[in-house]
Each structure stands twice: as structure tokens, then as C-alpha cells.
Design a protein around this ligand. Structure first.
Ligand code: SF4
Length: 370
């Protein structure tokens, strides 16, 4: 096993990191150095959040979206997408399957909609899922994460009151100029940051994340992203490689080659772990689009959450935020056992029947769900 140089060993052992430190870690290129980074992040993950990987059963409720983010395959302007919205019963059935399968938590995700019909559908589904998933193994019912975009503070309060307790809203990049380049002018980074603050005020555990490898993005940008997560006291991180989507509106130039992109995405997970320490970090499915064992590699670099799909197979192909989404045809039972085997191959165990909240969120005791 290779040992880090004294300078790298000292850097990896720090508790506080400057932006220059983070850029240096993200810029590691020798395989032996990256392996030292990986080992440090994996060991810190075990110490700070334990040796369990938590499942969040992902229900992609609808691919209808009122926005037009340039990078996204289901943006409003992509006329080639066949649109769908699951029924209330389909959403609740998928979540109850997750509870029976021992997943502990689900994620309800959709394109962005702010109409009352959608807001009340979510409110109703969250309430039903929390009530009907209670059992001896899950006395409080399933943990529910929402990933439904920017909403009003009042909507966040309604969904929190219905029983959801975590919310993932990705900033995509903390660089205002880069944000403006990948979104239409109607979408503003200040509004996104305000929504993250509103989520905190509503009592949610707050998650965010960025795309890694955007054309024009630098290591300085990524270092600033990690420090922005820390500044805003974020509880959970969901970030993944930038993968061009079918029907997107981004220029093709400037995208990284897939091996370089994978390496950078894994280093981002590891360095985020070193800086933020006790948060939850997802090994996103987009990693698996780059390489078959991408999620497992994410776990070995410091991730502790995975999100197996529970979306009905007949509509799963229509929720493609990026090209090459894996597991489009897997039945959920197959996915459960396939993923459990994949997790054990990393030296971790699955945290069955457990909400798997990050120690960071518990530490501050702001989000109790009594
Ligand atoms: S990224 Fe989200 S908000 Fe933007 S177009 Fe896609 S689904 Fe809509």
C-alpha cells in the first residue's frame, strides 16, 4: 500500500481547508496520490457517519417541468420528451414497496411545478406515505426527501408539515457567471440560495449539490462550491458528473472525456467528505452512467447514500436528465438485491430500516421530527 508524501499526509490530516488546499486536492493526478485521498476519505466516512450506506428509494413522479435549464433532458423546451405524471396511487404504492423492502427512506422527485394541483398532490402523497408506512421496523414511517425545485416558503412549510423532513435543491454551481450561462435569464442564483434558506427556516434538513465538469468550470469553481456548502451549513450533498442530455441546449464543446470526468467526480466526493466531514453524500446514479461500478466507486471515495429507482419501468425512460441513464429496465426487486451485493463489495453494509439522517443534522438538533 503506497504511503502519501509528508506534504500530502499533512494536507489530508487537516480539519480546516483553504480554497488553495482544496484546489490542490482536486488537482491530484498521480494514481498513488488519488488512492491516498480515497483511503483518507473512506476512513473519515467510517469515523464520522459510520459504515452503513443508506438507501433512498427514488420515485420520479413527473417529468413535466415549467423551467428550461439548458443542460436538462426534460426541460420544458424539449418537445421530443413524452411527458408523464404518476397517479397518487402509483406514488404511494412505490413508496410503500420501499418501506416493505427495508429501504428506510424515499425521495420524491419531479420537474418543477408550482401550481396548486401539484402542491396538494405532493402534500397528500407525503401525508399518506408517512401514515401508511409505519410498522414495527419503521415506527415513524418512511423518511421522506423531496426534490421538487424552487418553491415558495409557504409551499415548503406545507410539505414539511405533511411529514417530509429532507429537501434536495441543487445549486448546480456557486459561480454566478457559470450559473447564468447554463440557465435562462429568468432563473437567478440569488433565488436558489434564498430557497435553500427558506427550506432551513421551514425545518427541513437541507441538501444541495453541483454538476462536476461543466464546460468552462475550473477547480477554483469547484473548491468554491465545497466552501459554499460549508458556509451554508448544508446537511447532505447530491452531486454528479455533467453528462450531456438528449435534447439539451448546451454547447458540446468543453465537456471532459469520461475517464477524466469520473476521476474528477470521485475526487469531489472525497474532498467534500474531508471538508464537511459528518454530512450525507450520495453516490449518484450519474456515476454509474460513466462506468458500471460508478456508484460503488463513489462509496469507496466517501459517499454513504444511494438512490435506487422505484419509478415504474414503463415511464423510467422518459425521466432522462442526462444521456446513458443506467438501470432503465431493472425490476425493483432485482435492483434491491443487485445493489446490496454492490454495496457489500465496497466493505460497507446497507442501513436497512433506518432513516439514515446525517450526524450533521442531528448534531444541531434543529430538525427533530417528533
Ligand atoms: S433541471 Fe429540474 S428545473 Fe431544470 S429543466 Fe430539468 S427538471 Fe426542470
Amino acid at each position: 500500500m503506497s504511503q502519501p508524501s509528508p506534504a500530502l499526509a499533512a494536507l489530508l490530516a487537516q480539519r480546516e481547508f483553504s480554497d488553495a488546499d482544496i484546489v490542490a486536492l482536486l488537482g491530484l493526478s498521480a494514481a498513488a496520490d488519488i488512492e491516498c485521498l480515497r483511503r483518507a476519505a473512506f476512513a473519515l466516512t467510517t469515523r464520522e457517519v459510520g459504515d452503513r450506506v443508506h438507501y433512498r428509494g427514488l420515485v420520479e413522479i413527473s417529468n413535466v417541468c415549467v423551467l428550461d435549464c439548458h443542460y436538462c433532458g426534460i426541460r420544458k423546451g424539449n418537445r421530443a420528451v413524452e411527458r408523464y405524471t404518476l397517479s397518487r396511487e402509483q406514488v404511494i404504492d412505490a413508496a410503500l414497496w420501499a418501506a416493505r423492502a427495508g429501504y428506510g427512506s424515499c425521495v420524491l422527485q419531479a420537474g418543477e411545478r408550482r401550481d396548486e394541483g401539484f402542491i396538494s398532490l405532493i402534500e397528500d402523497c407525503v401525508h399518506e406515505i408517512r401514515q401508511r408506512s409505519q410498522s414495527a421496523s419503521l415506527p415513524q414511517g418512511l423518511g421522506i426527501t423531496l426534490s421538487l425545485g424552487e418553491q415558495s416558503a409557504e409551499t415548503f412549510r406545507r410539505w414539511r408539515a405533511a411529514g417530509a423532513h429532507r429537501y434536495l435543491l441543487r445549486i448546480e454551481t456557486s459561480n454566478p457567471e457559470l450559473f447564468a450561462r447554463i440557465h435562462p435569464p429568468t432563473q437567478r442564483i440569488e433565488t436558489r440560495w434564498q430557497a435553500l434558506a427558506d427550506l432551513r427556516d421551514a425545518g427541513f434538513q437541507v441538501g444541495t449539490g453541483v454538476m462536476i465538469g461543466l464546460p468552462g468550470q475550473t477547480l477554483v469553481d469547484l473548491a468554491a462550491d465545497i466552501l459554499a456548502f460549508a458556509d451554508r451549513d448544508i446537511d447532505m450533498i447530491g452531486m454528479g458528473p455533467y453528462l450531456p442530455a438528449p435534447g439539451n441546449a448546451m454547447p458540446a464543446a468543453g465537456a471532459l472525456a469520461s475517464d477524466e470526468l469520473l476521476q474528477l467526480a470521485l475526487k469531489m466526493i472525497a474532498v467534500t467528505r474531508l471538508v464537511l466531514r459528518d454530512v450525507n453524500i450520495a453516490a449518484t446514479t450519474a456515476l454509474q452512467a460513466l462506468v458500471a461500478d460508478g456508484r460503488e466507486r463513489g462509496v469507496t471515495f466517501g459517499a454513504n447514500v444511494v438512490m435506487p429507482s422505484l419509478t415504474p419501468r414503463e415511464v423510467r425512460k422518459n425521466y432522462q436528465l442526462y444521456e446513458g441513464k443506467p438501470c432503465l429496465d431493472e425490476a425493483r426487486d432485482d435492483c434491491r438485491s443487485c445493489l446490496a451485493n454492490r454495496i457489500s463489495s465496497t466493505g460497507r453494509q446497507v442501513g436497512w430500516n433506518d432513516w439514515g439522517d446525517s450526524p450533521h443534522s442531528r448534531h444541531f438538533a434543529r430538525h427533530s421530527d417528533a
